[in-house]
Design a protein around this ligand. Structure first.
Ligand SMILES: Cc1cc2nc3c(=O)[nH]c(=O)nc-3n(C[C@H](O)[C@H](O)[C@H](O)COP(=O)(O)OP(=O)(O)OC[C@H]3O[C@@H](n4cnc5c(N)ncnc54)[C@H](O)[C@@H]3O)c2cc1C
Length: 426
């Protein structure tokens, strides 16, 4: 028996909101256990934040591999309906018998797309590339990223010049339909899983660290794209101010996290992410001087080995102390970082070419329909099971991918129980 031939549970589908690694895992686990699943993702592609990482800690493998395996599981499983550019507006009803209203925005590109790129070639306008965090640009007819699933172009109609039909006229496959309209549909579902993930904390709110004022202050999520071969610097990690390679780089840990003025909680993954970023830099700049300013380095469990391995680097300096302020030298655009050196019992100022802020994780709950209980920090509180509404991944707490996958597998089980109950009770 193949994975897709398991016995049908006979119940209503499971609705999964968010197509990151948590939502994708919930969907494939539930579908392979016999449930029908509707997977709703607001962006034109699945994969969430993980799709934008260059490598995974601790193994430093490319996230594309794990995602592709899951995309293949989706592709071969007729039980899963994927709706991209879609949101859930409203949920009513009770466990086993929910009614959900879903809006799907037009993609303007049909399944006939062969990824030939002709539409992008003839497109006369550009738009900020949100996949690369607006650090470069795409045409208004674009493929969201190299490994995008579904593998289809999309047209950003907001960016199109009025009346332009160049992409449609150039498409030899008739795959562009500029008349598409938003579609609204109502579905009956047995259970709902929120997997809407996280967004990076807005670094412009951390006034003393200079993000948004000084071009060479970047964030950890920006560094992921700068290190990626399909990123804005084609993986070379160059200074935004002048496109030059940095010889000295510093990281500010807990940029906004564990701070009552910003995010009171620990974002859990930022220490391991910065250690991973040291390896990105070391690969391209063997001589670079790297400093990490930290309050505590938190690398629980097996990440301790990763910490030991990365910190054996002789050109990496760890300074325990909170960064008080960052100033820019206007002539060079270098950054002067002033911090407390707790171990040395003094205040220090270090000048670096590039500064990376390890910003924290904020739950993405704004677009969720009503009905999910939120905790004091606006993460979705785990349900005891009676509500038929569950959550998985970083929308419940900051966590790395392996914990997210476990969480999502648990959510699939909870959803499956609700489906089976709905089948038995009609
Ligand atoms: C800088 C940095 C580096 C990291 N590196 C690593 C690493 O190397 N290894 C590791 O294990 N972990 C790493 N992590 C953690 C990792 O990113 C998370 O564990 C992972 O993204 C969690 O996946 P998720 O599906 O819960 O959330 P997300 O990846 O955020 O996915 C959520 C999805 O839901 C969609 N969505 C949001 N709202 C809606 C809505 N209203 N309707 C429909 N769809 C919606 C989003 O568009 C997105 O596709 C890193 C984190 C940071 C900050």
């Amino acid at each position: 028996m193949t994975q897709t031939q398991v016995r049908d549970t006979g119940g209503r589908p499971v609705l999964v909101i968010g197509g990151g690694i948590a939502g994708v895992t919930t969907a494939v686990e539930a579908a392979e256990a016999g449930c029908d699943v509707i997977l709703v993702e607001k962006l034109p592609y699945l994969g969430g934040r993980v799709a934008r990482l260059f490598r995974y800690f601790p193994k430093l493998c490319p996230p594309g591999c794990g995602l592709e395996i899951n995309f293949r599981r989706i592709k071969i499983n007729p039980r899963i309906t994927v709706l991209t550019q879609a949101t859930v507006d409203d949920i009513s009803g009770s466990p086993g018998d929910f009614q959900a209203t879903i809006t799907v925005a037009p993609r303007f590109v049909t399944d006939a797309c062969t990824l030939c790129d002709k539409c992008a070639e003839v497109c006369p306008v550009e738009r900020p590339d949100d996949f690369n965090l607006d650090m470069d640009r795409t045409r208004a007819a674009y493929l969201p990223h190299r490994l995008a699933y579904p593998p289809l172009y999309v047209i950003d109609r907001v960016a199109c010049p009025s009346g332009c039909t160049a992409c449609r006229d150039a498409c030899a496959y008739g795959a562009i339909d500029l008349t598409q309209q938003p579609a609204r549909r109502t579905v009956k579902v047995a259970a709902v899983v929120a997997a809407t993930g996280w967004a990076p904390y807005d670094a412009t709110k951390i006034d003393n660290l200079g993000f948004g004022r000084y071009p060479n202050v970047v964030t950890n999520v920006m560094l992921e794209r700068l290190a990626a071969p399909d990123g804005p610097t084609r993986g070379r990690i160059l200074r935004p101010s002048d496109g030059q390679p940095p010889a000295s780089i510093a990281f500010v840990q807990c940029a906004g996290s564990r701070d009552e003025n910003h995010l009171p909680y620990c974002s859990a993954v930022c220490c391991a992410a910065s250690l991973k970023h040291v390896t990105y830099l070391r690969d391209v700049y063997p001589e670079a001087r790297i400093t990490i300013f930290y309050i505590d380095l938190r690398t629980p469990g097996r990440l301790e080995d990763f910490l030991q391995k990365v910190t054996a680097d002789e050109r990496l300096t760890l300074i325990k102390g909170k960064v008080a302020g960052v100033e820019e030298d206007p002539a060079t655009h270098d950054l002067m970082v002033t911090a407390e050196d707790v171990m040395g019992g003094r205040k220090i100022t270090q000048t670096v070419n590039l500064l990376v802020l390890a910003t924290g994780i904020v739950p993405q709950t704004d677009g969720l329909p009503a009905g999910f209980a939120l905790d004091e920090y606006r993460f979705v509180a785990h349900s005891n099971g009676g509500t038929g509404m569950f959550a998985a991944g970083c929308v419940t707490r900051p966590e790395e991918v392996s914990a997210t996958v476990q969480d999502a597998t648990g959510a699939a089980l909870k959803a499956l129980q609700a489906v089976v109950r709905s089948a038995h009770h009609g």
